[in-house]
Design a protein. Sequence first.
Length: 366
Amino acid sequence: MSFRTGFPAVLLALALTLAGCLESDEADEPFWGVELPGEAAADFTLVDQHGDNFSLVDTAGKVVVMTFVYTNCPDVCPAITYQLTKLQEALGDDYGRQVEILSITVDPERDTVEHLAHWTMMRNASWPHLTSSDAMPEMAMNSSVWGPYGIYVEKMLEEQEIEVASANHSLVIMLPDNSTTAVEIPSSAFDSSATTWNLTQKGLEELQLDYNYTGADSITNISGHETNANWSWTLQLWNASNGSWEPASANATEIPLTDSVHAAWMPGNANTSQLPLPSAFTCNGHGWLMGEGSGMHCMCDEGYGWPEDDWLSCVLTEGATGYGDYGVSHSSLLYIIDQQGRLRVAWPGLEWTYRDIHHDVVLILD
């Protein structure tokens, strides 16, 4: 299924003159994006991730930053969402209350209210993410939003079966001198009853590090470094939702190897900031890392996506982000709408960073 709409005159001009506009550094060009003539933005009513109706007219008196994305997108959309989280931080209290950020889906069939609620929580993307609750959501959104804003959307059916692959686990060892070593181990190396203690044992063996332990999961010595009255070996786990290492809340034998587990053993008196990010051994060789902190995620290669809630792995899986029974191709534009509801600035694709948008928003507000 595809929707094609005639571009408004202003968007046609944008498409024809885009490169020249973006490269211009003339003193009389106040915006860093493409300045638009100020036509009235088309109103629409959609539903947000909380199930509440949302109309563009409700934002009157605010500057609106509006973009078009979808959650199953494997590349550009995650990058856009990350930049918008940085924009939200940069606006802060001074400008934040005067600006509304909107993300409008181009895949309403999968981007349901329930899915958006979970996805936005995991990505720390609190601004309105809009979809349609109409019985025929694509048709409804094409007539009310995509068409008026010149967004082309095409649904592409996948013809091949995708083999489900499992995610990988990893282990980091930090020694008292802050030196680290790491290993990645596929989940196929473990049975369904395996725990983080099994990951620890296998990882130490593959790293060829001697170790001693008492009880089932209490390490007393790694590579000749034995615990004493001043310190002990402690277990840390990578929290993908906030992008940080955190102390394990249970013993290693009590932590199952579900999804992807990234574990680290380190001296208890060391600083977790010295631990390397899992980026050196994640994405499973099928992508590259982007972002930082809670926005850190793999940009997965074509045909690969994220396992559930694990933004640092790329696997072949039918349910993963960016792969399923169909894909979506769409044009992407970011609009900035002023307090009077007029289209003022446009940015294509990911030709921008949050600093560019912040600059143009502040110009309108000031």
